[in-house]
Design a protein around this ligand. Sequence first.
Ligand code: ACO
Length: 311
Amino acid sequence: TIENLEAKFQAKIDAEIKIEPKDWMPEKYRKTLVRQISQHAHSEIIGMLPEGNWISRAPSLRRKMALLAKVQDEGGHGLYLYSAAETLGTSREQMFEDLNAGKAKYSSIFNYPTLTWADIGAVGWLVDGAAIMNQVMLTRTSYGPYARAMVRICKEESFHQRQGYEITMALAQGSPEQKEMAQDALNRWWWPSLMMFGPNDATSTHSAQSMAWKIKRKSNDELRQAFVDATVPQAEFLGLTIPDKDLKWNEERGHYDFGEIDWEEFWQVVKGGGPCNKQRLRDRNKAYKEGAWVREAAMAHAKKRAEKRKA
Ligand code: ACO
């Protein structure tokens, strides 16, 4: 019976045995994974856009090479994640279609503009820092292909985070104008970075079930707190000020207390009303259309090679 199957499935999860593509799984588990992994893949792909904005304007050849490599990595992350989602029976074409039509979600963070070079530092330091905080737990997620994809992604993300911190450090130790740029970028990216972790646990729709299935290993609020605790000393080291007047070390809790997130802004951005949502979708659709010949050529090449192998 289905109850039997479900009990066996949960016992496997509890015993830390990975679920693999051909194993039986509850339909809701499959659906939750397709939702989360595809949203994650879309975030990687859309995340290339705000940074791509600065490749041609990086301040030196060395910075340009690092940024170019980083943006390429994000594209690769998207590909591993789309592959992981495909093992659950959804097609890449369908996922692309949903993204391009504006039906699929991707991380709220990528709907904010990168106005100055300092933003590339802040994105690496804060956005990739927040991403790693969330993704390290996903290397132990219960679905095998997702967990394995996350191992490599986390290694690359940690290079991205250092790259961003190093840019911010160079600016923070530079001229007064450069220091001001770094502070301004921190002011604009701090709160949206905290929003990346999603709604508070009490209002998070999927958390309880995803934790029981060990898709998620730590809650949205736990991860957000860990991010704040790790990042405050980094800002102090740079001599920059985190834009939160309620931020204070709480000796009793052994954590930083911090101010309330503007949840109205968060939901507005998630629902498509952020500063760059329209631009991102437009650019994504344009890139997809202009890349059609590359996809066709790759398919034709693969077909030719397969025929040669047969002959
Ligand atoms: N941006 C956009 N949507 C969000 C965000 C966010 N920052 N946080 C939560 N949401 C959405 C959820 O997708 C969900 O919407 P849905 O029901 O339509 O799918 C809704 O808000 C409710 O949130 P939760 O119930 O908390 O959702 P969930 O359990 O999936 O937790 C989280 C959200 C933590 C983002 C989880 O999906 C996750 O760990 N994803 C993998 C990591 C990831 O996607 N990172 C992307 C950014 S990092 C990068 O790309 C560099």
